[in-house]
Every structure is written in C-alpha cells, then in structure tokens.
Design a protein around this ligand. Sequence first.
Ligand SMILES: [Zn+2]
Ligand SMILES: [Zn+2]
Length: 144
Amino acid sequence: MATKTLTGACLCGKITYALDLPASEPNPKLVLCHCTSCKRYTGSGFSTNIMIPKSALRWTSGTPKVFLDSSADSGNALPREICGDCGSHFTSGPSGSPTIALKWGTLDDEYRQGAELWGEIYCKRKDAWLESVGKGEVRMAGMS
Ligand SMILES: [Zn+2]
Ligand SMILES: [Zn+2]
C-alpha cells in the first residue's frame, strides 16, 4: 500500500514522530471531542483529533510519558501520551484498541493544511460559546 508520511512534534521539540497514512487519503479528517476530560487535558474548549491506526505512529525522537486518565466520560481509564518536559499532548486511546486519537495540533504546519472536519463527539458537553466562533468582530491588535 502506498503511504504518505506526515511528521509532528511537541512544543519543546524533544519528542517527534512520523505518521504513515494511506496515500489515497492524505488529508487528516478531524474529530472534535467536547468531553470534560479533553477540556482539562487541552486547556481548551475541545480537543482536535485525527483517528489513526496505532501501528501507523512511530516515535522518531524521545519517548512520551503515559498518563492514565481515570476521569474519562467513557468510564474507562484512558491512556494519554504527553511530553514530560513541555506538557504537549500527543494521543489518547483505550488500551488494546488498534485505533488512537492523535492530537492534530502536534502535526507539523504543512500537514495541518487541507484538514477537513469529519465529526464531533460528546456533543452533550459542547460549550454554547462555540456557536460564535468565527463570527467575532472584535480582534486584538497585533494578533492577527
Ligand atoms: Zn516537549
Ligand atoms: Zn474527549
């Protein structure tokens, strides 16, 4: 099978990875998660993920620390991989599952282009303010 290799890293750059995806589907399909754990985990309104085969992800430098999240909305303890130095979030996914969620923001810039929204989960926890994203008229000077 022809593959396309995407790369990514944490904020401090100590941990990097390569991701081999089918060349026939080169654009990441985004899944937004609105669960309470993802809000705390990301410090944001939701997490932005791409669902990948666990076997497609190779760590190319450094080793992520594994945090076992026992607060997940699913009720199952959820391993989450992070950089132990800068705190960037890489993955989350049930133990034994062949599929994991890779945090889209860790992809290198060139691979974030072309992404498409595929779906959203735990929408019962979605924050109301998200309805106004993209509609705001107030901009902060110098932060375009
Ligand atoms: Zn780091
Ligand atoms: Zn979540």
